[in-house]
Ligand binder design. Sequence first.
Ligand code: ADE
Length: 418
Amino acid sequence: MEYDVKDLSLSHVGKGMVEWAAKSMPVLKDIMDRFSKEKPLTGFVVGACLHVTTETAMLVITLKQAGADVFLCASNPLSTQDAVAAYLVSEHKIPVFAIKGEDNDTYYKHIESVLEGGPNITMDDGADLVSTLHTRHKDLIGGVIGGSEETTTGVIRLKAMAEQGALAYPIIAVNDAKTKFLFDNRYGTGQSTIDGIIRATNRLIAGANFVVSGYGWCGKGLARRAQGMGANVIITEIDPLAALEATMDGFRVMPMEEAATIGDFFCTVTGDCSVLRKEHFLTMKDGAIVANSGHFNVEIGIESLEEISKAHREIRPFVEEYTLEDGRNIYLLAQGRLVNLGAAEGHPSAVMDMSFANQALSAEYLRYNSDKLRPDVYPVPEDIDKNIARLKLESMGIKIDTLTPEQEKYLSSWNMGT
Ligand code: ADE
């Protein structure tokens, strides 16, 4: 079996880490138990490009239990947990191609290695696997019945492909399931981003001006958590509706031009490029800390930061100090890559439980339904989404009410008024 991981002797560490995660993933564990009896993916090859974490380990083990052959590479050069990669290779015989800190060439070489497995189903986080397949490995497209996409950025890319007629097979937008974005994007990104910033810097957040760029679900979660830590949170936005929401949620909203001059922490979560630019760096306070939690490392203009700096060094792990001509320092975290996975461990298992339940059930759905789907981007079927919410509540010991027959009748009638 071919694989490329940092060090197989780390496997025993990975084993404990994955066992720990499993304790917070009851919904996925339920699916794993059913899949291991029913084997719905027998004969299928799944090519997965995901952050190689303990939670992803639980997902790929579930897929293997379902009968699939799984090949896994990283969806970001900095997010791999090397011990987990070693554990999947040694104990589960899953070919993993991922090393934390790999360079760009190795990152793409690892994607190619997964594609060499000849996937029938692609599972992507950011759409790099799908875009490589559609550009450099068109010959393999015929063997693919469908795919799924984990994140907002990937869904945006895939919708652009579909609109331009470039998408060759159906893809399920796992990101857009309610049991995904309302929890993973909001509470997951909220907590893990704060975790990454704190692990990298060990700085006090209470009393600081904390600038969040982007008030989507990730920005909302991050802003709320930063506020909970005692920060004065400032939001920057380009969308009037999101800006209005942020205002009425109690945050200060202003253009980056203004926020740049007062921020102590900056974190971008917009999904767009060049959010922090030269003109902003030039007005930042000495000691400003700059991070990104969006999928790609395009949100912070690192080249322009380098251009205006006279010196640059790594002052501690995941913290790079840029010294400007006038002596001010700006600190960049995790090379501008997603700080929650680069400097911490990504979202907690309890939210990934629902995200990856969606992934596993979407793979099963594709196996039985892909022949009815044209090449396009599709939502997770509502019954799957609702069922995951139900199972998660059950696992938490929370019961809810059901409609009485009278209530059901009332909701389907239109002629009963005051
Ligand atoms: N994306 C964000 N957090 C993650 C995690 N813990 N595992 C896999 N993908 C993630």
